[in-house]
Design a protein around this ligand. Sequence first.
Ligand code: ATP
Ligand code: MG
Length: 283
Amino acid sequence: MTSAPEPPSPVTSITGPTRTGGSGADVFDPEHLLSMRGIAKNFGAVQALRNVDIDIPVGEVTALIGDNGAGKSTLIKAISGIWAPSAGQIFWKGKEVHIHTPRTATDLGIATVYQDLALCDNLDIVQNMYLGMEETRFGLLDEIKMELTTLKTLSDLSVTTVKSVRQLVGSLSGGQRQAVAVARAVMRESEMVILDEPTAALGVSQTAQVLELIRTLAAKGIAVIVISHNLTDVFSVADRLAVMHLGTMVSHGPIANYDTASAVELITTGESSRVPSTLSPAQ
Ligand SMILES: Nc1ncnc2c1ncn2[C@@H]1O[C@H](COP(=O)(O)OP(=O)(O)OP(=O)(O)O)[C@@H](O)[C@H]1O
Ligand SMILES: [Mg+2]
């Protein structure tokens, strides 16, 4: 019973992601680190997601935009294992995966920094970075190693405003908390980092730092998905745009296909005559 193959997806009109290297080869197209096909999610009578298709490439920043309630957080929660989609398929490196728990997502290499950051205010930065994955040596916590790695990770990300890694996270600013959360994701050698409104609560210079951090992640070859309501931030940081409207993915493609006016049109009406049709899979 348990080894029976999955039933075919109810979404049959859409092909899965293309693969390179011939049939069966374990080679994936870097344009399709993660692919979603026909994803739906219902909460009782609310259809939060309908038939969503998207491809996320490595080393690029994909901005996921849309009005309040468009389904952005619901979509990324399906990627990060908070809940399983009601229908549809998810492919990771060309293979279908079932991400039913956050642990599955972490094991695949997907790290998510949520809208409401899951950091512990009463612990310091090092303790937060290693929560649940503490380094030990001879049965004791290896504080020196954890501290040095934390320092190196923050410095690799050019996070310079934190005074001490032994500072309690509760005493950090919004931008610094965001940086710690991102650093934690990076330290776990994630291949994909998802950020849900990382700059929403930040001032101008802290926002600039977080955007810089996002570009640093992409430059390291990490696939970044960032949700934002701030189109200035989006156009300054993203390589690709994905626009949601009332639970559907209404447009996605390279950022060069869009400008602020067309993005606003897509967010508010779900349509824009100014954007080439971008809804074929793998566009
Ligand atoms: N746990 C839940 N139970 C019931 N409905 C939910 C739940 N989570 C989300 N929804 C509904 O799903 C829809 C999409 O919500 P979602 O949080 O994904 O929107 P969003 O695009 O992230 O919006 P925002 O920009 O405000 O964060 C909304 O109608 C919301 O009310
Ligand atoms: Mg949200």
